[in-house]
Design a protein around this ligand. Structure first.
Ligand code: FE
Ligand code: FE
Ligand code: ZN
Length: 277
Protein backbone atom coordinates (compact mmCIF):
# COMPACT_ATOMS: atom_id res chain seq x y z
CA UNK A 1 0.00 0.00 0.00
CA UNK A 2 1.17 3.51 -0.81
CA UNK A 3 2.03 5.50 2.31
CA UNK A 4 1.36 9.10 1.41
CA UNK A 5 0.51 12.39 3.03
CA UNK A 6 0.85 16.12 2.62
CA UNK A 7 2.23 18.98 4.63
CA UNK A 8 -0.63 20.14 6.87
CA UNK A 9 -1.20 23.04 9.22
CA UNK A 10 -0.64 22.05 12.85
CA UNK A 11 -2.71 24.90 14.27
CA UNK A 12 -5.67 22.71 15.22
CA UNK A 13 -3.67 19.89 16.73
CA UNK A 14 -2.74 16.28 16.00
CA UNK A 15 -6.21 14.70 15.85
CA UNK A 16 -7.33 17.36 13.41
CA UNK A 17 -4.32 16.70 11.17
CA UNK A 18 -5.04 12.95 11.22
CA UNK A 19 -8.66 13.55 10.16
CA UNK A 20 -7.57 16.03 7.52
CA UNK A 21 -4.99 13.55 6.21
CA UNK A 22 -7.73 10.93 5.83
CA UNK A 23 -10.11 13.41 4.18
CA UNK A 24 -7.57 13.87 1.35
CA UNK A 25 -6.89 10.15 0.98
CA UNK A 26 -3.67 10.11 3.00
CA UNK A 27 -2.42 7.76 5.70
CA UNK A 28 0.28 9.99 7.14
CA UNK A 29 1.16 13.72 7.20
CA UNK A 30 3.92 16.24 7.76
CA UNK A 31 3.65 19.38 9.89
CA UNK A 32 5.79 22.17 11.31
CA UNK A 33 6.53 21.72 14.99
CA UNK A 34 5.91 25.45 15.40
CA UNK A 35 5.63 28.58 13.33
CA UNK A 36 8.22 28.18 10.56
CA UNK A 37 9.79 31.43 11.70
CA UNK A 38 10.69 29.63 14.92
CA UNK A 39 8.18 31.01 17.43
CA UNK A 40 6.97 29.37 20.60
CA UNK A 41 5.54 25.87 20.21
CA UNK A 42 1.93 25.18 21.06
CA UNK A 43 1.49 23.30 24.31
CA UNK A 44 0.94 19.58 23.97
CA UNK A 45 -2.66 18.64 24.72
CA UNK A 46 -2.56 15.04 25.89
CA UNK A 47 -6.21 14.47 25.09
CA UNK A 48 -5.58 15.58 21.51
CA UNK A 49 -2.48 13.39 21.29
CA UNK A 50 -4.37 10.36 22.57
CA UNK A 51 -7.16 10.92 20.08
CA UNK A 52 -4.56 11.15 17.33
CA UNK A 53 -2.84 7.94 18.44
CA UNK A 54 -6.18 6.11 18.34
CA UNK A 55 -7.03 7.38 14.85
CA UNK A 56 -3.56 6.56 13.57
CA UNK A 57 -3.63 3.01 14.93
CA UNK A 58 -7.17 2.26 13.77
CA UNK A 59 -6.45 3.52 10.28
CA UNK A 60 -2.98 1.99 9.90
CA UNK A 61 -1.15 5.28 9.51
CA UNK A 62 2.48 5.29 8.48
CA UNK A 63 5.01 7.20 10.54
CA UNK A 64 4.32 10.92 10.69
CA UNK A 65 6.99 13.50 9.95
CA UNK A 66 7.56 16.64 12.00
CA UNK A 67 9.54 19.38 10.26
CA UNK A 68 11.75 21.79 12.19
CA UNK A 69 11.39 25.50 11.35
CA UNK A 70 13.43 26.12 8.21
CA UNK A 71 14.82 29.33 9.68
CA UNK A 72 17.02 27.68 12.31
CA UNK A 73 20.70 27.28 11.46
CA UNK A 74 22.76 25.09 13.75
CA UNK A 75 25.93 25.82 11.74
CA UNK A 76 25.62 29.61 11.78
CA UNK A 77 28.81 31.56 12.45
CA UNK A 78 26.86 33.35 15.17
CA UNK A 79 26.88 31.51 18.49
CA UNK A 80 23.48 32.90 19.56
CA UNK A 81 21.85 31.67 16.34
CA UNK A 82 23.37 28.23 16.81
CA UNK A 83 22.21 28.09 20.44
CA UNK A 84 18.66 29.09 19.44
CA UNK A 85 18.50 26.26 16.89
CA UNK A 86 19.97 23.65 19.22
CA UNK A 87 17.64 24.53 22.11
CA UNK A 88 14.65 24.59 19.78
CA UNK A 89 15.47 21.13 18.38
CA UNK A 90 15.96 19.73 21.89
CA UNK A 91 12.57 21.10 22.91
CA UNK A 92 10.92 19.73 19.73
CA UNK A 93 12.37 16.27 20.35
CA UNK A 94 11.04 16.23 23.91
CA UNK A 95 7.59 17.07 22.59
CA UNK A 96 7.91 14.38 19.93
CA UNK A 97 8.05 11.75 22.66
CA UNK A 98 4.30 12.26 23.19
CA UNK A 99 3.96 10.54 19.79
CA UNK A 100 6.79 8.00 20.11
CA UNK A 101 8.61 6.31 17.26
CA UNK A 102 8.03 8.92 14.57
CA UNK A 103 10.39 11.15 12.57
CA UNK A 104 11.74 14.70 12.80
CA UNK A 105 13.23 16.37 9.71
CA UNK A 106 15.55 19.37 9.66
CA UNK A 107 17.64 21.32 7.16
CA UNK A 108 21.31 20.73 8.02
CA UNK A 109 22.07 24.46 7.74
CA UNK A 110 23.97 27.10 5.77
CA UNK A 111 27.63 27.82 6.48
CA UNK A 112 27.32 31.40 5.19
CA UNK A 113 30.91 31.90 4.14
CA UNK A 114 32.61 29.84 6.85
CA UNK A 115 33.17 26.99 4.42
CA UNK A 116 31.69 23.52 4.13
CA UNK A 117 34.14 21.84 6.55
CA UNK A 118 33.58 24.21 9.51
CA UNK A 119 29.85 24.06 8.77
CA UNK A 120 29.75 20.27 8.90
CA UNK A 121 31.75 20.34 12.13
CA UNK A 122 29.18 22.66 13.74
CA UNK A 123 26.26 20.48 12.62
CA UNK A 124 27.97 17.44 14.13
CA UNK A 125 28.58 19.31 17.40
CA UNK A 126 24.93 20.36 17.49
CA UNK A 127 23.62 16.82 16.89
CA UNK A 128 26.00 15.44 19.50
CA UNK A 129 24.38 17.80 22.00
CA UNK A 130 20.79 17.31 20.80
CA UNK A 131 20.44 13.54 20.41
CA UNK A 132 19.79 11.34 23.44
CA UNK A 133 19.99 7.57 23.93
CA UNK A 134 16.42 7.61 25.27
CA UNK A 135 14.70 9.29 22.32
CA UNK A 136 12.46 7.12 20.14
CA UNK A 137 12.32 9.70 17.33
CA UNK A 138 14.51 9.33 14.25
CA UNK A 139 16.05 12.66 13.22
CA UNK A 140 16.24 13.08 9.45
CA UNK A 141 18.76 15.19 7.57
CA UNK A 142 17.06 16.61 4.49
CA UNK A 143 18.86 16.56 1.13
CA UNK A 144 19.14 20.19 0.01
CA UNK A 145 19.12 21.96 -3.37
CA UNK A 146 22.40 23.76 -2.70
CA UNK A 147 20.90 27.23 -2.68
CA UNK A 148 23.44 29.76 -1.35
CA UNK A 149 25.74 28.01 1.12
CA UNK A 150 23.38 25.20 2.09
CA UNK A 151 25.00 22.08 3.48
CA UNK A 152 23.47 18.76 2.46
CA UNK A 153 23.62 19.48 -1.28
CA UNK A 154 25.52 16.25 -1.85
CA UNK A 155 25.19 12.75 -0.44
CA UNK A 156 28.86 12.99 0.59
CA UNK A 157 28.17 15.99 2.86
CA UNK A 158 25.34 14.11 4.55
CA UNK A 159 27.58 11.05 4.98
CA UNK A 160 30.22 13.21 6.69
CA UNK A 161 27.67 14.56 9.16
CA UNK A 162 26.41 11.07 10.02
CA UNK A 163 30.00 9.83 10.46
CA UNK A 164 30.72 12.47 13.08
CA UNK A 165 27.65 11.87 15.24
CA UNK A 166 28.04 9.57 18.25
CA UNK A 167 24.38 8.46 18.37
CA UNK A 168 24.18 8.03 14.60
CA UNK A 169 21.64 5.22 15.04
CA UNK A 170 19.16 8.03 15.75
CA UNK A 171 19.80 9.59 12.31
CA UNK A 172 18.20 9.01 8.94
CA UNK A 173 17.80 10.90 5.67
CA UNK A 174 14.79 12.49 3.98
CA UNK A 175 15.24 12.73 0.21
CA UNK A 176 13.44 15.69 -1.36
CA UNK A 177 12.90 15.02 -5.08
CA UNK A 178 12.85 18.74 -5.97
CA UNK A 179 16.00 19.41 -3.96
CA UNK A 180 18.08 16.51 -5.32
CA UNK A 181 17.08 17.30 -8.90
CA UNK A 182 17.97 20.96 -8.38
CA UNK A 183 21.22 19.81 -6.75
CA UNK A 184 22.22 17.85 -9.87
CA UNK A 185 21.07 14.28 -9.21
CA UNK A 186 19.27 13.19 -12.36
CA UNK A 187 16.28 11.29 -10.99
CA UNK A 188 14.50 11.86 -14.33
CA UNK A 189 16.93 10.01 -16.63
CA UNK A 190 18.87 7.87 -14.17
CA UNK A 191 16.92 7.10 -10.99
CA UNK A 192 18.73 3.77 -10.58
CA UNK A 193 22.10 5.48 -10.85
CA UNK A 194 21.15 8.09 -8.26
CA UNK A 195 19.87 5.44 -5.83
CA UNK A 196 22.97 3.30 -6.33
CA UNK A 197 25.10 6.34 -5.60
CA UNK A 198 23.02 7.09 -2.49
CA UNK A 199 23.49 3.49 -1.39
CA UNK A 200 27.27 3.57 -1.89
CA UNK A 201 27.76 6.90 -0.13
CA UNK A 202 25.13 6.90 2.64
CA UNK A 203 23.44 3.49 2.54
CA UNK A 204 19.80 3.07 1.54
CA UNK A 205 19.01 1.75 5.04
CA UNK A 206 19.32 5.40 6.18
CA UNK A 207 16.63 6.58 3.79
CA UNK A 208 13.44 6.96 5.86
CA UNK A 209 11.19 9.38 3.97
CA UNK A 210 10.66 11.08 0.61
CA UNK A 211 9.50 14.65 0.07
CA UNK A 212 7.65 14.21 -3.22
CA UNK A 213 7.74 17.49 -5.12
CA UNK A 214 8.08 18.60 -8.69
CA UNK A 215 10.50 21.48 -9.40
CA UNK A 216 9.81 24.88 -10.97
CA UNK A 217 13.39 25.07 -12.18
CA UNK A 218 15.58 23.00 -14.50
CA UNK A 219 18.04 20.27 -13.54
CA UNK A 220 21.00 21.45 -11.43
CA UNK A 221 19.55 24.94 -10.94
CA UNK A 222 20.23 25.00 -7.16
CA UNK A 223 17.03 26.99 -6.71
CA UNK A 224 14.58 25.06 -4.45
CA UNK A 225 11.16 26.14 -5.74
CA UNK A 226 8.61 23.35 -5.49
CA UNK A 227 6.03 22.76 -8.22
CA UNK A 228 2.79 20.78 -8.34
CA UNK A 229 3.12 17.09 -9.27
CA UNK A 230 3.47 16.75 -13.03
CA UNK A 231 3.71 20.49 -13.69
CA UNK A 232 7.44 20.97 -13.27
CA UNK A 233 10.78 19.93 -14.74
CA UNK A 234 10.70 16.48 -13.11
CA UNK A 235 7.27 15.51 -14.41
CA UNK A 236 4.69 12.84 -13.65
CA UNK A 237 6.48 9.99 -15.45
CA UNK A 238 9.63 10.37 -13.36
CA UNK A 239 7.70 10.87 -10.11
CA UNK A 240 5.65 7.74 -10.90
CA UNK A 241 8.93 5.84 -11.22
CA UNK A 242 9.98 7.23 -7.82
CA UNK A 243 6.91 5.98 -5.92
CA UNK A 244 7.07 2.57 -7.63
CA UNK A 245 10.81 1.97 -7.42
CA UNK A 246 11.43 -1.32 -5.56
CA UNK A 247 13.88 0.45 -3.22
CA UNK A 248 11.47 3.31 -2.46
CA UNK A 249 7.90 2.00 -2.78
CA UNK A 250 7.51 1.13 0.92
CA UNK A 251 8.75 4.49 2.23
CA UNK A 252 6.37 7.26 3.32
CA UNK A 253 5.92 10.01 0.70
CA UNK A 254 5.11 13.57 1.76
CA UNK A 255 3.82 16.22 -0.64
CA UNK A 256 5.17 19.74 -0.15
CA UNK A 257 3.73 21.03 -3.40
CA UNK A 258 2.20 24.52 -3.71
CA UNK A 259 -1.38 23.45 -3.00
CA UNK A 260 -4.34 24.02 -0.75
CA UNK A 261 -6.03 21.00 0.73
CA UNK A 262 -8.15 20.18 -2.36
CA UNK A 263 -5.05 20.31 -4.55
CA UNK A 264 -3.33 17.79 -2.27
CA UNK A 265 -6.38 15.52 -2.47
CA UNK A 266 -6.15 15.54 -6.28
CA UNK A 267 -2.42 14.78 -6.24
CA UNK A 268 -2.88 11.91 -3.80
CA UNK A 269 -5.63 10.46 -5.95
CA UNK A 270 -3.45 10.83 -9.05
CA UNK A 271 -0.48 9.14 -7.40
CA UNK A 272 -2.55 6.31 -5.94
CA UNK A 273 -3.76 5.61 -9.47
CA UNK A 274 -0.14 5.35 -10.64
CA UNK A 275 1.00 3.14 -7.76
CA UNK A 276 1.54 -0.49 -8.62
CA UNK A 277 3.91 -1.34 -5.77
FE1 FE B 1 12.35 20.97 4.21
FE1 FE C 1 11.47 19.20 1.52
ZN1 ZN D 1 12.31 22.89 -0.60
Amino acid sequence: MLTIGAHLSASKGYAHMAKEAMSIGGNTFQFFTRNPRGGKAKEIDEKDVNEFLEIATENHFGKILAHAPYTINVCSADEKTRRFGIDLMKDDLQRMEYTPGNMYNFHPGSHVGQGVEPGIKLIIEALNEILTKEQTTTVLLETMAGKGSEIGRSFEEIRRIIDGVALSEKLGVCLDTCHVYDAGYDIVNDLDGVLNHFDEVIGLDRLKAIHLNDSKNPFESHKDRHEKIGEGSIGLVALTRVINHPKLKDLPFFLETPNEIDGYAKEIELLKGKYTG
